[in-house]
Design a binder for this molecule. Structure first.
Ligand code: HEC
Length: 115
């Protein structure tokens, strides 16, 4: 290998390293925003209607036991159809959040939406 080839190789390696570092940094900064937290999804999707002054009374995970929440959604007990505004993935995310912080959970959350 000639000296010139060698130099070219090192430059190329350096560029690849730079680009990968940059990509890593960028995805590190963006990924958390692409995947909203369970809490955010709950606050946006449920909190929209369920807050003081809005059309429905505030709801909180600790209003019900985990199993009750699960059945509530599995049996479509909600008085308003949510299928057009909350997709299946979001519903699962919200249900996970509700169960995690239900009345009978280890970390009940009773006032994330103020009463
Ligand atoms: C489009 C507005 C809207 C959205 C979005 C919405 N709700 Fe409701 N919800 C209502 C209305 C209206 C009622 C009936 C009035 C009431 O109970 O305050 C209700 C009732 C309820 C009840 C029964 C209240 C009770 O005391 O028994 C629960 C529980 C509930 N919603 C939970 C949720 C959860 C959890 C979400 C998010 C997945 C959600 N809602 C999203 C409008 C909405």
């Amino acid at each position: 290998m000639s000296e010139v080839d060698n130099k070219r190789n090192t430059t190329w390696v350096r560029q690849v390293c730079l680009v990968s570092c940059f990509t890593l940094l960028l995805t590190g900064a963006l990924v958390p925003k692409l995947f909203a937290s369970d809490l955010d999804v709950f606050l946006v999707k449920c909190g929209n209607c369920h807050k003081k002054g809005a059309e429905a009374a505030p709801v909180n995970p600790a209003d019900k036991a985990g199993l009750v929440w699960k059945k509530y959604f599995k049996r479509n007990r909600h008085p308003v159809d949510l299928s057009s505004t909350i997709n299946e993935a979001e519903q699962e995310q919200i249900l996970a959040f509700l169960e995690h912080h239900a009345a009978d959970s280890e970390h009940p959350v009773a006032a994330i939406i103020p009463k």
